[in-house]
Structure formats: C-alpha cells, structure tokens
Design a protein around this ligand. Sequence first.
Ligand SMILES: [Zn+2]
Length: 312
Amino acid sequence: MRYYISIQLLEGRIQAAALCADTLHPMRERVFEEVFGQQCSYSHIQVKVKKLISQVRHQHEQEELAGISLSLHAIVEDKDLTIRRAFELPCLDAHNLVRDLGADYSCPIAIVPIALAFALHETASFPKRLSPFLAVYLGQVVDGALLLKGRPLRGHISYSCNVGHINLQAHGPVCGCGKSGCLEAFTGSLAIVRRYSALTNTPPLPVADIMAKAEAGEQAARQVFADTGRYLAQGVGSLINVLSPGRIALAGPLTRAYPFFKPAMTEELQLYAFAAFLQGLSIYAAPAWNKGLVSGCCRVFGNKDLEQFILF
Ligand SMILES: [Zn+2]
C-alpha cells in the first residue's frame, strides 16, 4: 500500500502521521510529536522533522512512501519553495526546508500553508463552481486561504491570503509578523492572553485556561472573547466586502471559544460588511479542523493545479 506522511509545524509542536495515499485516511491512530521552543534553530527543526519521518517509516516498513507534505504558517516562494517568512518559526526564514529534506528522501515533498491545507480538505466535497471559499485559521498565528473554483489565489511570488495581517489600527500593537496593528495582534492567542491578564490584573495564563474559564461562566474570560469577536468582525468584514465569499470556515484551537465570540462577531459584522454580501453567507467553525489540516496538506499530490507546492 502507498502512503503519505503529513507533518504540521504549529502551536509549538511538530506532529507527523501516516495517511493512506488512496483515501487520505490515517493509517494508524498513532500521531508522532515533537515540541519546539521559541529559540530553536533551523538545524534543530530539521533534526526533529527527520526523527518524526523515520518513526513513521519504521511503522510502515512494508509499505511505499509516496510523498511527504509539511504544513505551517509561511510565505513560500512559488519558483523554488524557499520560505520567505515563517511566522511562528522565524528560524526557517530564507531556508529551503523542502529541498534540504529532499536530499534524504526519494519521494515528492510538499509545503503547504496551514489555512490552505484546511481549505483543501474542507472544500474537497464541494462542487468546483462554488463561490469564493474563505478559510481562517485562529491560533497563535492567524492565517487565511481563499479558493476560487477550488484553486488557491496566487500572488506574484507565492500563494496569498494572509488574513491575519489585515491592518485594524494605525500604529496598533506589534504583531508576530513584525508589523503593527494586524488582525493577529488583536485576535491571536497571545493577544487574548495579554488582554485577559490586563483585564483581571493577573499573570498571563495559557489561552486554553482562559477558554476553560469562559466555559465555566467567568465574565472576564467571556468579555475577552466577545472583544475578539468584534475585532474578527472588523477584519473579516473587510474581506467580505472585497471578496463576497459564499462560505467562511474557521479552524484552529481558538474555535473552541466560538460560542463566546460568535454573537459579538455576528452583531458587529452588520457594521462593517455589506448587507447584500452577508445574505446567504455561511460562517461556521469546523469541528474536525485538526483532521482537516492533516489530510488537506496531502491533497496537493496528484493535483495539477497545486504542483507549485511540491518538489519532485
Ligand atoms: Zn501581522
């Protein structure tokens, strides 16, 4: 049997799993994992990725490895797959992870932005004629993907749709990308942690703890997520006016707090987005987004429209 290895580098972790090449279903329940710190180096990441690949291959010695696909939040050049900017892992900037890994493996290797991986999974069963589909990833990074008739929107050097870096405020808080006032600087996990800490005058807590407090009914935590919904409405509202998408799917760990930011987001969208474009627009938080990322990044294999993401 042929199989793919799907690898995600995000939220401080590297995960790897084997997927059946024909069905894109996981071959085993086991997911291999490594943790990376903020101060890690390029060689450190390479070692961790190779370690995970060998663990997965060891489990599938009798089977044929047909491709390896990595997903992360990055700007990757179309022409040679050099990483121009890796938003969560700046140590990857200006490196060509795919080419450097390729020296060790004889199969095709791909690199796919995380929101695009999710979007490819989410739209796999849609008819290609569907109106523009927008995916938004909400976590430590905020990323986006736009599919037009099933194809990603491409810019002049790479695939484009960095939703997290829409500007919400002139001279606003510094974003993980180094610019100021971006949507991510208001709606990413780190911004939520900062706002909750300031509101409650307490030391910073992990965002998962703040989501648990919102679920337990704590008003301060719910307030922080309601504010997040208002900021999201500002950023997403601008995109709705520009693109008029038919569906917007939200993915990422922060979607666990969707019940707490949805009401404010829905209300404030009326302020920012054209009523005609909101009519019939479906916005939803995808429950199985994590599985979507894992299989979505392998959908580039065998797809002529997406070969720019693969090194053969
Ligand atoms: Zn930014």
